[in-house]
Design a protein around this ligand. Sequence first.
Ligand code: GLN
Length: 451
Amino acid sequence: KHFASRIDSLDRQINSFITKDFDNALKHAELADKLRAEGDARPLLGVPMAHKDNLCTKGVLTSAGSKILSNFVSPYDATVVENVANAGFISLGKLNMDEFAMGSDNESSYFGAVHNPWDTARVPGGSSGGSAAAVASGFVPVATGSDTGGSIRQPASFCGITGIKPTYGRVSRYGMIAYASSLDQAGTFGKSALDCAYLLSPMTGHDPKDATSINRPTEDYVADILATDTDGKPLAGKKIGVAKAYFGAGLDNEVEKSIRTALAKYEELGAQIVEVDITDPAVTLATYYLLAPAEASSNLSRYDGVLFGYRCENPKDLHDLYTRSRSEGFGTEVQRRIIMGTYALSAGYFDAYYTKAQKVRRLIVDDFKKAFEKCDIIASPTAPTVAYKLGESLDPASIYLLDVYTIGVNLAGLPALSHPVGQANGLPVGLQLIGKHWAESELLKTAHIYQ
Ligand code: GLN
């Protein structure tokens, strides 16, 4: 009731919720009280949370921030949604996002922009802007998000909270509306690494319904964190890699200062800072913006106005039905990506663009592997800037540049988190920690030690 009334009175200024599901949530809360009284010992029973609106929730609108799905009530739950409910969490509703998770500022949502709670004239970051803003506003203690190229870490950075994207395959993608399937991964937001861990642990695990879900024992990140000794020099013996390429042109001076101060604090905690080489971020950016739209153009071909979702009025014939449903149902950025992706996959250009980008992707993976021979974790700024003003109408290419530090992680399938390290010009700055495959626990413990 506390959270529901807080959302009711304050979300008008933030616009983080697309759907409020309070009646259901309150019913579940009563049930949780009853179960608790009967001896149900699940530690997370009754804890409120909310889901990004690209995770399918049975009987509840699942829009992915798009007009084309603005009437889509999912007939089933995503595995993540099911897992989290089984742990006892109660969903308060569905959170705003950039349309189909394409974007870095949450301005491309059909349901309107989300406002940053630190300064409501600014963007919260994206695409999981609603999730980050809701947690930062105290609307929910934790929330889910998805990260294809930085959509958990960058909004966590802009909103001054912690967010983690797990290793590709750690969390099931079944029931998560696909953007770029080889990069998409769900993860969590919380005020701290510990809070992120509470929600992440039950989300993970093998799912036969997702062929890319890995069959590997789950871990209890919360127990790992709580067993961590934080006194003295807890990071002694750990090497944190820093790459020059992550501090190049485009990085805001004040942001850089906060990051350098945070790295000094990591040294005080016992870590050794070592220099590593990673792929030139400009190359990574170009690779991502070929592969992600290519996969998106294929994934989004299912929205044709026939089986589900938005359908145009009075179609003349089948071709008109397809064309107008898609033209009216998809927003500008989504159409741009479909066109770019279709171009990269077209017969005459496939080898020059798509195949070439796949080869570069392999080199990016190899470069990370080499860097991790020298260190345990790589640290960098999460984003080159702090949250900018809403409606600043950056051109698409400048917005893509904001992803420069986060997208390599997705191309390599690595886990990474962003945690707050201070402020630049009064706005939050996040530091990114990148781990080796399956190093979620180590990342969360390291951030916890810092926090
Ligand atoms: N900003 C990136 C994009 O638009 C990443 C989005 C995401 O991680 N979902 O593709």
